[in-house]
Design a protein around this ligand. Structure first.
Ligand code: SUO
Length: 444
């Protein structure tokens, strides 16, 4: 039995709204609003619990060490920890906020994962995303790689690559721009890599207003590293016009699972050719292309509601469920669409709503918060069991959050050395709960 396991990022104790992501409308709109890290972490944990209650195997990925003191020192802020924070706050609050961001919660951007059924050597391949487009995210990949190695330690089954070189030409945002179609999780699938621009081919269309974070060259390099081939990959140009409207990752406008691709009509540059190529590469699979037209859901409503940042999961019954943020029920066009979706003739039979508002306000919906890893029985058995959700782990993490998290943070709080200490104490305990060993710079 092969499971597609969702590894959700636990929200770190320094979750805040710093307006760091140009091109991500929600991040911009909520810049400098006060955040509630405790609520954010609980909302995320509740989502993990809900999915495991639905019968899915659910995993947890630890957050990063924040503030990132090593990076602040590398940027020339010196003295003891309190002095470093104070100087950074005085000279460059934006850099301080970047080094404090809890953005590793969005594990869809942690890495690209290719299941063993697709790869040449029959192992599960992981490439942490370099996330070069945003400074606060470009400092994630090293620790991300270290955590992934502790969760998937056995080299018989798992192959870990380094992130691509940190240059815009190889911009890589991980699984947010990658989805996999297949007849069954244990069978070879078709991996769809969606890119926003080409670094070297200037004849290709590119957005004009907001950055295209993912390049074709980055996607191709990941596919090469993972030992994928022509028959099980497809490189798809995202529609640059939607990037300019705020679709900063493809998972804001499309989601795939098994034989279903659910997307907005405006998602791709040339939709007809995309669908035709998918059909050609998967001749034996009965595919469902669920296209949502602008007269059903206008693009702006799709972006505000995160209709396509839903998780599309297969339940034990074989039916699929859509795990949607509560915002989808609050926007009338989306609510109307989702009310009729289960009665259309598609595998999607249920819609479940969850509240992840703290994350949504930074542009991260349910799908942003998870990294999908399809694992067969032996691979699942080789996965660090302390990172798999259970009632015991759920209770333990709830207590851990209650003990260590604040319920209010503003940018002014980031200069407080007590917050640094609280965060380290919490993370040190977490690495014991999740049996990760020392993964953070302060532990080494
Ligand atoms: N997949 C969802 C990612 C959301 C993330 N937001 C942020 O980093 C916002 C952080 C802030 O503005 O405080 C991003 O844009 O990469």
């Amino acid at each position: 039995m092969t499971h597609e396991v969702n590894f959700d990022g636990l929200v770190g104790p320094t979750h805040n709204y710093a307006g760091l992501s140009y091109g991500n409308v929600a991040s911009h709109q909520h810049a400098h609003v006060h955040s509630n890290p405790k609520q954010a972490a609980k909302q995320g944990l509740q989502k993990m619990h809900r999915l495991s209650e639905l019968g899915l195997v659910q995993g947890v990925l630890a957050p990063q060490e924040r503030p990132d003191m090593a990076t602040l020192r590398q940027l020339g802020f010196s003295g003891n920890d309190a002095q470093v924070l104070e100087k950074a706050y005085r000279d460059s609050p934006a850099l301080l906020a970047a080094c404090y961001s809890a953005s590793s919660m969005w594990t869809a951007n942690a890495a690209t994962v290719s299941p063993s059924a697709d790869t040449q050597d029959g192992r599960v391949h992981f490439t942490p995303a370099n996330l070069v487009n945003k400074f606060h995210r470009a400092i994630e990949h090293e620790v991300t790689g270290r955590i992934l190695r502790r969760v998937f330690p056995d080299e018989t089954y798992f192959c870990h690559h380094s992130a691509l070189p940190s240059h815009e030409a190889l911009g890589d945002e991980g699984a947010a721009n990658h989805t996999r179609l297949c007849a069954r999780y244990d069978r070879p699938g078709l991996e769809l890599f969606v890119y926003g621009r080409s670094a070297f081919d200037s004849s290709q269309a590119a957005p004009k207003r907001y950055p295209a974070r993912q390049t074709l060259e980055g996607s191709q390099a990941v596919a090469r590293l993972h030992g994928l081939n022509e028959s099980n990959t497809l490189f798809i140009a995202q529609n640059p016009a939607v990037i300019d409207q705020g679709v900063f990752h493809n998972d804001v406008i499309a989601v795939g699972n098994q034989n279903v691709l659910f997307y907005h009509q405006s998602a791709f540059l040339d939709t007809q050719s995309v669908l035709q190529q998918i059909r050609q590469k998967m001749p034996d699979t009965q595919l469902h292309f669920i296209e949502v037209a602008p007269n059903q859901v206008p693009l702006s409503d799709a972006i505000r509601s995160y209709l396509f940042n839903t998780q599309l999961v297969t339940l034990k019954s074989g039916h699929m469920a859509l795990i949607a943020p509560t915002e989808c029920a609050e926007i009338s066009s989306v609510n109307a669409y989702l009310e009729q979706l289960p009665s259309l003739n598609t595998p999607i039979k249920e819609v479940h709503y969850i509240d992840v508002k703290q994350s949504m306000q930074n542009g991260g919906g349910p799908a942003c918060l998870r990294l999908r890893v399809a694992l067969n029985k032996a691979e699942l058995a080789a996965t660090n069991p302390a990172c798999l959700m259970s009632q015991t782990l759920f209770n333990r993490l709830n207590r851990w959050i209650d003990q260590h998290y604040r319920d209010r943070l503003t940018l002014n709080d980031l200069r407080d050395p007590a917050l640094l200490q609280e965060s380290r104490t919490a993370l040190d305990e977490l690495t014991q709960i999740l049996q990760l060993g020392g993964v953070y710079p302060f532990q080494r």
